[in-house]
Design a protein around this ligand. Sequence first.
Ligand code: AMP
Length: 595
Amino acid sequence: MTAFDDSGLAPALLQAIADLGFETPTPVQAKVIPAFLKGTRDMVALAQTGTGKTAAYGLPLLHLTVLANAVPQGLILCPTRELCLQIAKDLNSFAKHMRGLKVLAVYGGAPIDTQLRALHRGVHIIVATPGRLNDVLRRKRADLTAVKWVILDEADEMLNMGFQEDLEAILGAAPDTARTLLFSATMPRAVAAMAGKYMDDPEEILVGHRNSGSDTVRHECYVVHAKDRYPALKRIIDCQPSLYGIVFCRTRAETQEVAAHLMSDGYNADALHGDLTQVQRDRVMHAFRTRKLQLLVATDVAARGLDVNDLTHVINYNLPDDADLYTHRSGRTGRAGKEGISIVIANIREEYRLRSLESVVRKRFTHKPVPSAREVCQSQLATVLEKIKGLKVDESRLGPYLPAIDAALASMSREELARRLVAQEFNRFLEYYSDAPDLNVRTQERPARFERRDGDGRSPRPVNRDGEGRPPRPEFRDGGGRSDGPVTRLVVNLGRRNALTPPTLMSLINRATRGPMLRIGRIEIGEDTSLFEVCGADARDLIQTMNHTHYENRQVRVMPQGRFYDGHGPRDAGGRPNQVRPPFRGARLGGAVQH
Ligand code: AMP
């Protein structure tokens, strides 16, 4: 008896669910199963990987499939060969008590003839990657006329991977009467456009927030100088001996380099990237899935479709360009209800990017100090001791050797023996970390805002980034005369002509930002454009977020002064450039903006 019993699914499926040990429907299953079984509308479901979505659509699809009719009735499209095989495997395990049901995986990188022959013999459900299925369709070797359900799994990934044309051809070949269900972890514009074009008034199913990260993932950040990225990675790994995770890199070369370093430093790691042959890929993935590898160093593309549920960590060795990719990376941990940690190793220049990631995953990063050499050694020592305590000694096999062991070690005290035993494993760490420096970026090297967030309460000392001999750039100063960093002047494409006033500009800034307070300096409203001052550390972020907003139906455009309209700043009513007065002195409008 499980909570699935009232779902209306056939007894054969309920039996399979019970065999698999599923007791309670996951949130996406609780919403999708009844809607799929009882409803008739198309469906768009926003759900992360690892939330149980294969069963969410797979179980009702199997329930509704007519076994007597061995023609394709259900079509599932997904981005990678690995995911394709995984979905087919899952469907077969759900259908293990449904005799005669045929599921076929159709994917690239494998001989097409075998797949064509299997199609010819008759199947009920096709699980396919778009490129290969389109190839099959062009050869006129698949008949989709009886397809009643089309499921797009990981639609965002399919579009990211350039399958748009293949998808359109396939969706065009499926009957208009087919019901379409789209699953996606994020909802970029391209996915929404596809839903708009091929789906009819779809029902929206939201599990968690739009484009948000998984609830069970914690996000942590370590800030280091770029040159310390690799030693910081090592410390993070060394401090968490039970870590089992993926280290994400941006390029194949970086993936290879990091994996090679880790391997030569004695870690159980390997690389997964696009230069590997399919056989090499399969070997690495298998080793990782079966935990023979502790760490997989991978590019985003190569890690797609890798389905491992119990990763403890995802480490962003370098941040991806696209915030949605960060959602995908972090969603590889914290799956199936388990807790996971997504770590970002950032250098000081990248710190501002964390803010846009925070708004995408709707979670705050916890800023953590890179563990000191002593902390790493303590953590390793605890592991070595646990290992020794948990070691099973097979007396019967060791028996014949005991006299020799006793004789050789008789002169040593218990303490001496214990020390040597520990040293055998521990020396490597003691040696490596003997003169290891502090890798944390010192307070005065970091932008003000992030220091405040770390909670040390101190403002950084002013830094003259313009170099010696030149006057320091203007800075915000608080009541005690301490600096908040240099000022940046921004120009916005709004002015009196758009009824912009200082308060409306402030509220525009407020709406575009969230999180810690921003300080706004001088505001000058011009006729068509206006100027305002912000703390330099906030400027890039603010530009990014404000440029996604609208004011009075007008797309807001913000830029640093000097890069706007060929270098012209705000203009007055007569078209003359506004005078920009000397640096901000403290007469700020409204003072700090509190969010
Ligand atoms: P998926 O998102 O479909 O890749 O599923 C993620 C993992 O969760 C798979 O290993 C499933 O076997 C497992 N799973 C799916 N539904 C349930 C459930 N109701 N109870 C427990 N585990 C589940």
